[in-house]
Design a protein around this ligand. Structure first.
Ligand SMILES: [Zn+2]
Length: 126
């Protein structure tokens, strides 16, 4: 601390006091308190919700690929893309990835739908 030791008005000892005991004048601080400037907020610790959301979204890649392949299998080669999508969905399910259940359902349903469509097309042609 750098309190003013003596009053500027009357010379009384005012160290550690806000007001002079001799004349009552406010003791001037040699070093006024530095203005509180806003510190740049650097997050040193992420909230648990952020990491909890970031991890599944990063690990939902297999589910996403499986869903995409399921959609592809609806139109092309349902036995190939459907099988790959089903395998990926099972892996995603084992790894407890987000949307793994949706991927599994689509990887089963869409290829079957693809088969039905392809059979319907073939039967209509024949
Ligand atoms: Zn004084």
């Amino acid at each position: 601390m750098s309190d003013v030791a003596f009053c500027a008005q009357c010379g009384a000892a005012v160290a550690g006091k806000k007001f002079c005991t001799g004349c009552g004048v406010a003791v001037a601080q040699a070093n006024p308190p530095a203005p509180v400037r806003p510190m740049p907020t650097i997050p040193t610790e992420y909230p648990n919700t952020v990491t909890a959301q970031a991890a599944p979204s990063a690990s939902a890649a297999l589910s996403t690929v499986s869903i995409i392949l399921s959609c592809v299998s609806l139109l092309f080669f349902p036995y190939i893309f459907g099988t790959v999508a089903l395998v990926l969905a099972i892996i995603a399910l084992v790894q407890k990835q987000r949307a793994a259940g949706v991927a599994l359902g689509l990887s089963i349903g869409l290829p079957i739908l693809g088969f039905i469509i392809s059979f319907a097309v073939l039967s209509s042609v024949a």
